[in-house]
Design a protein around this ligand. Structure first.
Ligand SMILES: Cc1cc2nc3c(=O)[nH]c(=O)nc-3n(C[C@H](O)[C@H](O)[C@H](O)COP(=O)(O)OP(=O)(O)OC[C@H]3O[C@@H](n4cnc5c(N)ncnc54)[C@H](O)[C@@H]3O)c2cc1C
Ligand code: SF4
Length: 544
């Protein structure tokens, strides 16, 4: 569908894109290329290597909670069933992500809400290819000590053959050349920004200080701005409603924004547009659409909103080895992975030296079925290891030096299972509605993953660790929250159709992780990018 690019006076913009992550950046560039006047509204800040925090101890530049004065690019949201880690910046999750970029296996198109709605297996490869080219994806050649350890443990466990070097969105030096070299734009024939090659500092999740990570502000958004798209940072979209009283938005939309980082003078601003692309991430888009539906601004949104929220069934484990002879923070953030069985996949993850704050959420590993029994077991374990090795236990639980001595093991399972989000007043905060999670809990105890972590610890002479919230509250953590506005055949099955058009409205789209209709079982950013490329390919160029 095309919307006529209106004379300057009709709409302020042809399209407003809400959010500048993977889906939003693709939308911004492709719509600008098609001749539309595009505004990108992003509630996070714009970052440069000079403004990024030096370590995770600089909470005000790392963590996002503007009401507490924290204006960073990384956020955590806590639900009864899951803790969600996500990004918030110009460039969305790309500023904080570990840049592992894997294609989901073909079988994902044969399950979930999108089955049979398009010839996915025939169409998606070309969109994956475009996405990979734009994001500069290449196989990781910088293997650090943590990757070599992962390979050794996999060999010992009899799954060495599944070891692989991740594909990453990083500019790496040609073989044999040192990192940290400045180069002219290597990706877009000189139209992109000059860059620097990767030093293997392991800092990808704290933002890349070297300009080597291919974040969205250096590719899609860079090119979109060159084609006239306007990016409004620190600008949160709070209202979207059909303009001129049309029920289905056929006369365009009115959008209201506020300044996201201001406590008081929020500078509410209204503008009009022909179409809107929601790309605020799974949680952000659900937040906004639930609120708009609830307040009667977009009442036709399908009641499927909030259903089929998936987490990749993740579990975070770690092995800390005080006094380990090598620096385990070296390499790229996620350098390698192994498959320990058909459904279970483990990646070696690291934080850069001195970024030790995540250690505050870790504790020695405890096996056992979640619940009171596991908490008791955990307390007993903690006491036993403390009495047996007091100094070593203190060294393992104190934060300083964690990143240098630690390997995080990110475990993902490609098993079906989903949650539901509802828009409710929680009992503990009845003043306003917010997302609340419902459904079966995602498992926090994956015995084969725990056994792998223990094997890893035996090899290094370290201690296997897990996340404290997983043990105490049986709540898993995930950086891969997907779904909630899934692609479906009708409003009874999904919120958008297979072209990402919102059921019941004209020129209203969703292009982010919320549309994903099955459990991917791998890191999702490449699939989100490829899906957005496909969705944008259906929008006709502007007619003048
Ligand atoms: C620490 C970490 C590491 C990760 N590592 C990887 C990895 O290695 N590989 C991988 O594939 N994935 C990884 N991910 C996940 C990946 O970042 C997300 O899956 C991806 O960013 C989701 O893309 P998206 O387009 O759905 O939204 P996002 O990229 O999250 O972008 C949404 C944007 O919308 C903005 N927004 C939200 N609401 C509003 C509003 N009302 N108004 C204006 N703006 C709004 C947000 O600020 C955000 O910037 C990681 C995530 C984290 C947190
Ligand atoms: S390892 Fe360091 S230099 Fe390389 S991309 Fe990550 S942060 Fe940048």
């Amino acid at each position: 569908m095309a919307i006529p690019s209106q004379p300057e006076s009709a709409y302020d913009f042809d399209f407003v894109v809400v959010g500048s992550g993977f889906g939003g950046s693709v939308a911004a560039l492709r719509l600008a290329e098609k001749g539309y006047r595009v505004a990108v509204m992003e509630m996070g800040r714009r970052w440069t290597p000079a403004t990024l925090p030096r370590s995770s101890w600089f909470l005000n530049r790392w963590f996002w909670r503007p009401s507490l004065g924290l204006k960073g690019f990384f956020s955590m949201r806590f639900f009864r069933h899951v803790t969600v880690l996500h990004g918030c910046a110009v460039g969305g999750g790309s500023i904080t992500y570990a840049c592992t970029s894997l294609r989901a296996p073909d079988k994902i198109w044969r399950t979930g809400s999108w089955v049979g709605l398009a010839p996915w297996e025939a169409e998606m490869p070309s969109h994956y290819e475009t996405a990979s080219r734009m994001l500069g994806i290449a196989q990781n050649t910088i293997l650090g000590p943590a990757d070599h350890l992962l390979q050794k443990v996999a060999d010992e466990a009899g799954v060495g053959a599944t070891f692989y070097q991740t594909n990453v969105a990083i500019l790496q030096s040609p073989e044999g050349k040192p990192g940290g070299q400045s180069v002219g734009d290597p990706y877009f024939g000189g139209e992109g920004p000059p860059r620097s090659t990767c030093t293997g500092c392991g800092g990808c999740m704290m933002g890349c200080h070297h300009g080597a990570k291919n974040t969205l502000d250096l590719n899609y958004l860079w090119l979109a701005e060159k084609r006239g798209a306007k990016i409004f940072a620190e600008t949160k979209v709070v209202d979207v409603k059909p303009w001129h009283g049309s029920a289905d938005g056929s006369h365009g939309y009115e959008v209201r924004t506020v300044r996201s980082t201001a406590l008081f003078a929020k500078h509410s601003r209204r503008l009009t547009c022909g179409g809107v692309v929601f790309a605020a991430s799974s949680l952000g888009t659900m937040d906004l659409l639930f609120d708009l539906k609830d307040r009667g601004l977009l009442p036709r949104i399908s009641d499927q909103l909030g259903k089929h929220v998936r987490t990749n069934s993740e579990s975070l484990l770690a092995v800390r080895t005080p006094g380990f002879p090598e620096d385990l923070s070296q390499g790229v953030a996620i350098g390698s992975g192994v498959y320990i069985d058909e459904h279970t996949h483990i990646e070696a993850v690291r934080y850069p030296r001195r970024s030790d704050t995540m250690s505050l959420l870790t504790t020695p590993l405890t096996n056992g079925v979640p619940g009171l029994q596991r908490i008791v077991l955990w307390l007993r374990n903690l006491l036993t290891i403390f009495l047996r090795h007091p100094i070593r236990t203190l060294r393992v639980i104190q934060p300083f030096g964690w990143a240098r001595e630690n390997v995080v093991l990110l475990c993902m399972q490609a098993l079906e299972g989903d949650l539901q989000m509802r828009w409710k007043r929680p009992w503990y905060w009845p003043f306003r509605k917010c997302l609340t999670s419902h459904g079966e809990k995602v498992p926090t105890y994956i015995p084969q993953a725990n056994a792998f972590a223990e094997r890893f610890a035996r090899l290094t002479g370290g201690t296997a660790m897990s996340m404290t919230p997983e043990i105490l509250f049986n709540i898993p953590g995930t950086a891969h929250c997907l779904g909630g506005c899934v692609i479906g055949a009708s409003p009874e099955q999904g919120v958008v159709d297979h072209r990402h058009q919102v059921f019941g409205y004209q020129n209203l789209y969703v292009c982010d992780g919320s549309v994903v209709g099955a459990n991917l079982g791998v890191n999702p950013s490449l699939t989100i990018t490829a899906l957005a490329e496909r969705a944008m390919s259906f929008i006709a160029p502007a007619t003048k």
